[in-house]
Ligand binder design. Structure first.
Ligand code: FAD
Length: 116
């Protein structure tokens, strides 16, 4: 029988991963406990070690060592992650995303109702 499900290539992995990461940030608490904030910082540091695209992981490690996770609130985390994604977008010569729209994109749906 023919297999159809294949390993993710770099772009499929990237799209799925950004979807997960931005969704997680948009559902992070408004007022996290100290331990939730500390754990989210740890999450990104561990994520950056094990992301399964080596050149991506190495650049991401360097980026977050200069720009450490901001985990004091949902809005702060979502903006920080949007900026990290924009850094990757710039490297790949992709357009910059407007970070004021990050919760519309990943949590609430567009204000024009197109996701309802
Ligand atoms: P993606 O960049 O995957 O974005 C998916 C969707 O997210 C977009 O359609 C848009 O709606 C939304 N979006 C775009 N920008 C933002 C933003 N700033 N904030 C919130 N939402 C946004 N690929 C490489 O070739 N080299 C690398 O070094 C590399 N490093 C990566 C590092 C990480 C941590 C991750 C998760 C991925 C990396 N990738 C890398 C993959 C790359 O970022 C893209 O995922 C891939 O090129 C597919 O791009 P795409 O155009 O489908 O959109």
């Amino acid at each position: 029988s023919q297999h159809k499900d294949c390993p993710l290539d770099k772009d499929e992995l990237g799209r799925s991963t950004w979807g997960f990461l931005h969704s997680m940030a948009s559902y992070f608490p408004e007022k996290p406990t100290k331990s939730q904030s500390a754990d989210m910082t740890k999450f990104f540091n561990i994520f950056a070690q094990f992301y399964p695209c080596e050149p991506c992981a190495l650049d991401f490690q360097e980026d977050i060592s200069k720009n450490p996770p901001k985990t004091k609130s949902k809005d702060e985390l979502a903006k920080w992650l949007c900026e990290r994604h924009n850094t990757v977008n710039a490297k790949l010569r992709k357009p910059q995303f407007d970070c004021s729209k990050v919760h519309e994109r990943w949590r609430d749906g567009w204000l024009d109702g197109s996701c309802d």
